[in-house]
Write a protein that binds this ligand. Structure first.
Ligand SMILES: [Zn+2]
Length: 103
């Protein structure tokens, strides 16, 4: 279980899509349960995206994606990643059984 301080260090990597899958899972879990971090994250997201928008005057489409949607899309990504991983294991298991049967 990660602490709030650790989670808050992950805000920027999260916004930049740079979290590892295990960090992302811990991050999303924490966001589901911790109201404080959720509020902090909303503020962070708005400030960072606002600053970037002013700096670059581009990526407007990215700015339209609000902090809430970002969390949802990350959760979707994680789910798809886990399904894919599961499929890989199943495929591997099927291959192993196939090899064993051939021998
Ligand atoms: Zn927290």
């Amino acid at each position: 279980m990660m602490e709030c301080k650790e989670i808050q260090k992950l805000f920027i990597p999260f916004i930049d899509d740079k979290l590892s899958v295990s960090d992302l899972a811990a991050f999303l879990d924490h966001m589901d349960t911790c109201k404080e971090c959720r509020e902090e994250y909303d503020i962070y997201y708005t400030v960072i995206m606002g600053m970037r928008y002013l700096d670059e005057r581009q990526n407007i489409s990215e700015f339209k994606l609000d902090s809430e949607q970002k969390l949802h899309s990350a959760a979707d990504y994680l789910l798809k990643y886990r399904i894919l991983l599961l499929e890989k294991y199943i495929l591997l298991a099927v291959l192993c059984i196939g090899v064993i049967l051939l021998l």
